[in-house]
Design a protein around this ligand. Structure first.
Ligand SMILES: O=C(O)c1cc(=O)[nH]c(=O)n1[C@@H]1O[C@H](COP(=O)(O)O)[C@@H](O)[C@H]1O
Length: 285
């Protein structure tokens, strides 16, 4: 009988591993969003074989170059268990090649169910264990506690939605609580508590869109700030300086379609990711 070996927990916490990846590979996250329209542009069918070819090409082309991949779970879930199998393989291959994997799942639920999500993504040895996962705090920040606990135990990380890149987000996220703080600021303040004392960087990040005009929030959470919305949604490298100010050093800009539309040629993908990284280094440095 063949025994499978349980992977050991990563030695360093996610924040430290992310800091090292951003410093050595540049602060760029490439989203893996296999939209049906992109599959068509790549000459692929909108089926599991097309999904697998697309995902493998992105991972094989960029895994030694980019700091972080962010697969968007929805595009894999569209295909049921076969799609999840593609995701599982991609996660393993990306991590083997030295890239970190942030699964964009935006999970959020009552605490007891949150514990099951944490078990799915943040437990060492789970089939879909990733380096970090995106979470939604809108059932109450405290409901995410099982995910923080699981992440600490396995050296993983989480990114909590604070100020999202879509225009509809503001009506919830900019709403003010009785103490005058916005909902987003309450999330950011709780993350700062979570990351207190962590060096060189905490493992618990916030999502702050690259499309905002201004943050109008205190962003010093001592953790990473994922900035999606670059490219296709209008976010620019120059805009990051305006939004993030002195927190710029902790920003992980994320681009999906802006890079993916340069495939299926591996060279095209690599050049696009390199160009993004250079622009970012110039704007952020
Ligand atoms: O959590 C995210 O990644 C996310 C948060 C947010 O505020 N806005 C946002 O666009 N995203 C995700 O980032 C990706 C953006 O893709 P592009 O617009 O193609 O770069 C999608 O997978 C979105 O689901």
């Amino acid at each position: 009988m063949t025994r499978t070996t349980e992977p050991t927990a990563p030695t360093a916490p996610f924040g430290a591993r992310l800091r090292r990846a951003m410093d050595t590979r540049g602060p760029l996250c490439v989203g893996i969003d296999p939209h049906p329209s992109l599959l068509a542009e790549w000459g692929l069918e909108d089926d599991v074989a097309g999904l697998r070819a697309f995902t493998d090409t992105v991972v094989d082309s960029l895994a030694e170059q980019v700091a972080v991949f962010k697969p968007q779970a929805a595009f894999f879930e569209r295909f049921g268990s076969a799609g999840l199998a593609v995701l599982e393989t991609a996660v393993a291959r990306a991590r083997e090649a030295g890239a970190l994997v942030l699964l964009d799942a935006k999970r959020g639920d009552i605490g007891s169910t949150m514990a099951a999500y944490a078990d799915a993504y943040l437990r060492t040895g789970a089939p879909l264990h990733v380096d970090a996962v995106t979470l939604s705090p809108f059932l109450g920040y405290g409901s995410l506690r099982p995910a923080f606990d699981a992440a600490r135990a396995s050296g993983s990380g989480v990114f909590v939605l604070a100020l999202t890149s879509n225009p509809e987000g503001a009506e919830v996220q900019r709403a003010r609580a009785d103490d005058g703080r916005t909902v987003a600021q309450t999330v950011l303040d709780r993350l700062a508590e979570e990351n207190a004392g962590a060096e060189p960087l905490g493992s618990f990040g916030a999502v702050v869109g690259a499309t905002l005009t201004r943050a109008d929030a205190e962003l010093a959470v001592n953790g990473p700030l994922l900035a999606p919305g670059m490219g296709a949604q209008g976010g620019t490298a120059e805009g990051l300086r305006r939004i993030f100010g002195s927190a710029l050093g902790n920003v992980l800009p994320s681009v999906s379609r802006g890079v993916l539309r340069h495939g299926p040629s591996p060279e095209g993908l690599r050049n696009a990711a390199r160009a993004e990284a250079e622009q970012l280094a110039e704007a952020v440095g």
